[in-house]
Structures are given as structure tokens and as C-alpha cells.
Design a protein around this ligand. Sequence first.
Ligand code: MRU
Length: 360
Amino acid sequence: MHDASIADAFLAAHPPSVRWAGDCVEIIDQTTLPTSIDVLSLRSVAAVIDAICRLAVRGAPAIGACGALGVVVGLDEAAPTAVTDAMAVIDGLVDRIGNARPTAVNLSWAVARVRDAVVAAMPTSVPGVRNAALAAAEAIMAGDRDACTRIGLYGLDELAGVSRIMTHCNTGRLATAGWGTALGVVYAKAAAGEEVHVYASETRPLLQGARLTAWELHDAGIDVTLMPDGASATAMAQRRVQAVIVGADRITANGDTANKIGTFTHAVNARYAGIPFYVAAPLSTFDPSLPTGDGIVIEERPAVEMREWRGQPTAPPDVAVWNPAFDVTPGELITAIITEAGVLRPPYTESIRAAFAARP
Ligand code: MRU
């Protein structure tokens, strides 16, 4: 396997999408890309939650990172004077921030992890609480960066000989603290000097594929072709693509995978075409407490996202709308799940259990 230093040049060249800026969280505003690259400073819990809800920061690991740093913002905002008060503030933030979006488990996982780390540190002062919370949030981001690199390396081996890859939504540097999950595999191929060409589906209705994936791959010098979501079956039938790799927002104990709406359709198409369909995700995206995908809460987004695009009507203003943000791909349609702990294969109930049992 290649060395993790394969990611160093990429990470040095690209600013993180989420970072702690000393007194606030800074994010790259993903609502204005690709028209402009704007940085937002989030200085209140309300601003953190608003940014997460309107997808200014998005992608499961990135919202986990932003939520974890949001706990520090919340502590600064509340300015508690006693350790017990500070712990009560954190408990409240775990609920408020952790529930801002329901489907990606990384968000609730990350804020709970910050709280648990603070409890374990047993701080004796309010600054000690803040330091422990910030250290935990930074550790979550460092862990995600490393996980992304390892996912890329495992993907490099798994997809040896595959150069034409289809993906959906955005799973790259904008969506994580590193070079991405599914796109991490793409970046790893490029870093290893392999030929790689990505077919990105536009990802309606908010166009994460068109606005974000096409932009970040183009920006990194990777060949990318944008296509409508509805073109995936044809792209596969014509053998334009050799494999599909997507990310995940929550993976249950049996391998059922919630990801951006449309993912399930691509998986069905891939099965029909006889093309491998991979999920790439860190273990922080798994929820082994849920036996199957039936238990995953699917976020439903506002009707305005389908009736309008940036204020311009795209449908009758009063048309009924159903706007689920995610779907659940059954584990049986997934060829393998590429994680930082290795490539998990069916039967997933066993391989996922083994991966968690082997965790340090
Ligand atoms: O609604 P979004 O844009 O946050 O949805 C994101 C996705 O579905 C991604 O594929 C997933 O979070 C994985 S990001 C590495």
C-alpha cells in the first residue's frame, strides 16, 4: 500500500473547509460556490446551526467538525462561571447542535464525543472545560483527515485498473476535514499518478455535484464530466463509467446506507449494468445501534428548494412538493464499503461488527 504522505501535497495546497480561527468557526460558504469563494465566521450557536441547516457547511464529516467547534462557540457565548454550569451548557449544546440535521450521524456523534471527552478530562476550571472541548473538536478533525487519507489508500488498491468513476453529491475536501471519502479515492489515484476521470451527477435539487464536486475537482486539476442525475443508467450502459463511488451519511449494522437522494437509483442502475457500486465512509458515519436502514430518519427539506432556484421560479409557486434530502441504499446493492479500517465486504453484519470490535 502507498504511504499516507501521498496526501500531504494535496492537504498543504487546499485550505480546510472548516477551521477554528481562535475565537470563532470559519467555514468556506458552500452556498455561494462556484460563483464566489467566501469565508464565513460563525460567532454564535445560532450562526453555527443556521450554517448547518442552510448547507453553508455540509457533508457528514464537515458538519460533525463544525458542530464540534460549535460547542466551543457556545461555551464562549454563554460565559459560564462555574464548571457545573459549563457542563450544563455543553449538555444543552449537544441537543441543540446535534439535532440541527437528523440524517448524518457524524453531527450528533461529534458533539457527544466532545462532551464525553470533556467529562473524561475532569477539568477543574471553566478555561479547562473550554480547552478540553477545543482539543476534542480538533482531534475529531485530525481523525477525519487521517481517515480520509486511509480511505483513499484502500480505495487505490480496491479500484486498481479503474479510471472512469461516477460519483454523486459532494464527498471531497468541502465535505470533510481531509481530501474526502469517495473523492479521496479519486485524489489518491491522481496523487499516485494514475489516470482518473470522474463523471459527476449534478445532484438535484441543490446541485452539490454541479456546484461543488465539479468545482473542486476542476480546481484540483482532475478530469471531470458533469452529467444530469438521470443520465446514470445510460452512462453505465455505454460503459462510460467502470465503477460508482459515493459517500454516506449513516450506515446501519447491516450495511444499509443513507446518502444524498438519488444514490439508491444509481445503485439499482449499477446492479442492472453489472458495475461495482462502492460506498466510502469513515467509521464515524456508521450507526451500529440501528439494525437496518428502516430506522434512519430522513431529513425533508423545504419546498422552496424545488419551487425556486436563487429566487427564480422553477415550478408553479403552489405545487405540492416532496423533498427528501436522502435515500437509503440497501446493503445488498453495495459491492463493498471502503473505510479507514479497510474494505468491508458482505455480509456486512459480520464485517461491520468485526471492524468495530478491532477499533483501538
Ligand atoms: O445534504 P448534504 O449536501 O449535506 O449531503 C451530503 C451527502 O449526502 C454526502 O454524500 C455525505 O454527507 C458524505 S460527505 C463525505
